[in-house]
Design a protein around this ligand. Structure first.
Ligand code: HEM
Length: 128
């Protein structure tokens, strides 16, 4: 039997569904990053991010079955992501994580990853 995953520990699919619904409700109306998303496919965007995070934390591998290898930096290349866009993304994600009521340790685990991942997705560096 495999070890209990972080996905299970935080409550499985319902937890990730709440996280991503909360996040995208804010992103949709954000004047900085909202316009980057497919305006006619918010539902699809939700499914892609949710299933990626579920898979990352040990849940179902639906993301890779539907999308293949994540290659997230490459998939973000079409979007100009500087510090302002990165911070807008993180602000909405921080509020969404807060809404989950995780333990301090679970919160630190999840947030540590998200902050690192958001930094790695940045592809515009104004000081260059
Ligand atoms: C897709 C923006 C960070 C995971 C997207 C899309 C946009 C976007 C505009 C296209 C929406 C779609 O059609 O799915 C941003 C911005 C970020 C950011 C502005 C700020 C740093 C992240 C981070 C992660 C992530 C940190 C992972 C932890 C994903 C995934 C997809 C996606 C999984 C769907 C990829 C696919 O299969 O096509 N992002 N993103 N993004 N993003 Fe981000």
């Amino acid at each position: 039997p495999s070890a209990r995953t972080f996905y299970d520990e935080v409550g499985g699919a319902p937890t990730f569904t709440r996280l991503i619904a909360h996040f995208y409700a804010a992103v949709r109306t954000d004047p900085v990053i909202g316009p980057l998303y497919p305006q006619d496919d918010w539902q699809g965007a939700e499914v892609r991010l949710r299933s990626f995070l579920e898979q990352y934390w040990g849940g179902p591998t639906t993301y890779s079955q539907q999308r293949g290898h994540p290659r997230l930096r490459m998939r973000h290349a079409p979007f100009a992501i500087g510090p302002v866009e990165r911070d807008a993304w993180l602000t909405h994600m921080r509020a969404a994580v807060d809404s989950l009521g995780l333990t301090a340790e679970q919160d630190a685990t999840l947030w540590g990853y998200l902050e690192m991942a958001a930094r790695s997705m940045q592809n515009r560096f104004p000081d260059d």
